[in-house]
Each structure stands twice: as C-alpha cells, then as structure tokens.
Design a protein around this ligand. Sequence first.
Ligand code: ADP
Ligand code: MG
Length: 378
Amino acid sequence: MSAITLRELTKVYPNGVRALDALDLEIADGEFFALLGPSGCGKTTLLRTIAGLELASGGTVRIGERAVTNLPPGQRDVAMVFQDYALFPHMTVRDNIAYPLRIKKVGKAARQDKAAATADELGLSTLLERRPGQLSGGQQQRVALARAMACHPKVFLLDEPLSNLDARLRLEARTFLKRLQRELGVTTVFVTHDQAEALALADRIAVMEGGRIRQVGTPTEVFRRPANTFVAGFIGSTPMNLVPARVDGDALTLAGVRLPVPEDARGQLADGETVIYGVRPEYLDYSPEPVPDALTGQVVVVENLGSFSLVSLDVPAEDDTATSVQVVVPEGREPDPGDTGWVVPRPGRSLVYRDGELVGGPTAPPVPAPRTGVGAEA
Ligand code: ADP
Ligand code: MG
C-alpha cells in the first residue's frame, strides 16, 4: 500500500510566506494524481514536503501505513523528477540512471544491469554511453524518469516534467507518461499549471490556490461542476462565462432574458437575489438571426482557433453596462466584428454561483469506478 494521506499540512517559510495552509488530501494507491494551479499557489512546496525535501511546519504526511512527516527523503521510498531534470552533465546516461542505486550501495554489476533494463523499458538503450548534453529535451526527460524508476519507489513525484519540452514533443511525452504510469501502477503525483495537461493525464485533480485546495475531483467532475468561480475560471481551454443574473421566480433574468434555473439549484435561491450565472463558451449556440430566449449583442472580437472560433459579444445589461459573453462557433459560420448575434445556452449545461461557491449545475454523470480502490471523497 502506498496511498498518501496529508492532514492539516502547513508550510510557512522562514520569510513568513504561508505556502501550504492546513491542507487535507488523500491520494489513493496506484492513482495518477495531478496538482494543478497558477504559479506560486504552492504546488512545488507540496511535492517537496511529500518528498521530505522540505519539512512541514505543521500537520502530517503518511505514505502507506507509515507516518513519514519527520523522516529524511532517503527513508520515504519516493522518487522525484524535477522540472529541469537535474541530470549530472559529466555522467553518461547509464551512470545517471544508476546513480540512486549507487547511493543505496547496490553493487556495480547489479546497478549497471538494472540501469540497462530500465533504459530499455524507456527506449533509451542506444543512448547509454551518451552524456546529457548530447541528448534532445525529450530524451533527457526520459533519462530523468528512468533514474526515478530504477529504484522501484513506492511513489513518483513529478514537478512539471513536461514544461521544458516544445508543444509537439510535450503531447508525445504526455501520452508516453500516461502509458508508463498505467503499466507501472505506481502512485504518481504530477504537478502542472496547465489545465489541459491535468485533464488529459490524471485520474483525479486537486485544484490549488494560495496554499489551499479549492476542489478535488475527476477531470469530468472539475470540468462539469467547478465547485467555485476560481475553478470555473481556471479549468477549460476557454474560460467559463460568469455573468451576474437576478433570481426571478423559477427563472434567472439576465440582460432582459429569462433563463431556466439549473435543476439542482431550484429551491435554494431567494427571489430577487443576485447570483452569478456560469456557462462555458462551448455550450452556447450562436445564431446570426433572432431566436427566442436568446441573449443578444454586438460581435466585438473573433478569434480563429482552427476548427472553431471564439466569438466575443458585448451584451447590454439592464443597468446600461455591457457584459462580455464568449461563444464557440464552428468553422465556416463565424460572424464578423460589428454583426449582431444571438446566443442560447444548451439545456442542462449552466451553473449558478453565490459568493463564489457553486449552488447548482449539471448533475454529474456517473463516475466510473477508479482503477485501484479510491475511496469516497473526504
Ligand atoms: P508553485 O510551484 O505552485 O509555483 P511554490 O510552491 O514554488 O509554488 O511557491 C509557493 C509560495 O512559496 C510562493 O509564494 C513562493 O514565492 C514561496 N516560496 C517558495 N519557495 C520558497 C522558499 N524557499 N523560501 C521562501 N518562500 C518560498
Ligand atoms: Mg513550481
């Protein structure tokens, strides 16, 4: 068993920065888990505190059955891959991969064999005698992974391991990493600031802000039902529209248009209160002709994103201000700036927030059973 359990984990640096703030989290054995959040939210600190490279200021870390909060890194049975790979430039690939085994006092022949076998699994066998400077970024990244794998750790900790690769290589490395993790079945915590990477790779994601966790869920859950407006704005390739609306009986009024209240928010809203109405640009339909129950406004910007465009409209609100609404329009049907357009939300796709927290939204689809005994959400 190598689940990871964090209880009220706190890290305050000597300069007073509270990088982790009483954080609770459970990562299941064998899970591929992503820590996602903007720069400076505490992802690296959290990973280093799990590894033992930073000592917690408060709270506890358990790996499997063991409390490791005060153990040095060498006794935690974890391997970390750093953002810059941190390979030894003067050593060959073989010696780089074998290095942690040397630290563990494994005999020379055994560690050379182990390094060669691990290199083989990662497609590096022909590169064993090269030095890091003679490798591409993608190859260096694989050597760093191989070095982490060679000791058969119970936990892999990866800090933005793909961020130094160019876009195309990053996609390739992403697929490779996902397959490798599936095959090895080792509990893996993966740090990224890239929401698309987290959605693509992880079994579950923790979205972090300011040293705290704002939501934990599967990619489907955090995409469909962001628990607060922070997650709503952070997850998704185009940010969610978040627009003030007034509760009016069993409907929401927004720029003079009545829109249905999401089913599971009914009965939880007070007549006349102002809430935030959320809908993703992908779940709005654009029409160049008037349609009933549509928000209408003037097209301001059209951004070509390949197979579709992101269209921004200024929708006049009751108080004479204009609200910007973005909608995804398929290729070939883009309007021009200055056109008048109508947008209609698709049924069952909108959300309501009050004071930044989710009141109701789409009812999440059944969550598939996790691969390895992930318990119910804490
Ligand atoms: P992330 O990896 O999400 O970008 P970090 O964990 O690196 O975030 O940093 C979290 C916060 O802690 C930031 O405000 C950062 O400036 C601060 N911080 C990180 N490392 C140190 C350190 N060694 N000393 C003081 N402050 C630090
Ligand atoms: Mg970092």
